[in-house]
Design a protein around this ligand. Structure first.
Ligand SMILES: [Zn+2]
Length: 139
């Protein structure tokens, strides 16, 4: 079973009605690697299924977030950006000039965070790390 079929099964198990519109939105999320905004998801989902409306996108995203299927990232206060949950853990670097979101994973940072938490008497349940930057201008 591929990831989307698994998601569909999980949603049905939670009593979520899996409609054609919702499937179109899930498909868009599965294909996306750019952490799209709701508007982008709407545009792309309409290609799959022209009956998808803005209200459906917002309602579905809220529902999928609640079900833990989708992660909502509020990177810079410039609107939420979405990705499917359940992938390998990663952190984000946001390019302030282009809005591009770059995923990265650093064993060093993961270890360091665990060490800091341990020194403070905690086990980390989860974390979110965002770096905001610009490429230096060529000179
Ligand atoms: Zn990501």
């Amino acid at each position: 079973m591929d990831n989307s079929a698994q998601i569909e099964t999980d949603l049905r198990a939670e009593g979520v009605r899996v409609t054609r519109q919702r499937l179109a939105i899930l498909h868009v999320l599965r294909m996306a690697s750019d952490h799209p905004r709701a508007e982008d998801i709407l545009t792309r989902a309409k290609v799959q299924d022209p009956s998808v409306s803005q209200a459906t996108v917002y309602r579905t995203l809220a529902m999928l977030e609640k079900a833990g299927t989708v992660l909502k990232n509020e990177f810079d206060g410039a609107g939420a950006r979405y990705e499917l949950a359940g992938g390998a853990h990663h952190d984000h670097l946001i390019d302030l000039d282009t809005g591009e979101v770059i995923e990265f994973h650093s064993q060093k940072i993961e270890r360091l965070q665990a060490e800091i938490a341990a020194e403070l008497g905690y086990d980390i349940e989860w974390h979110r790390l965002e770096l905001y930057g610009r490429r230096p201008k060529a000179r």
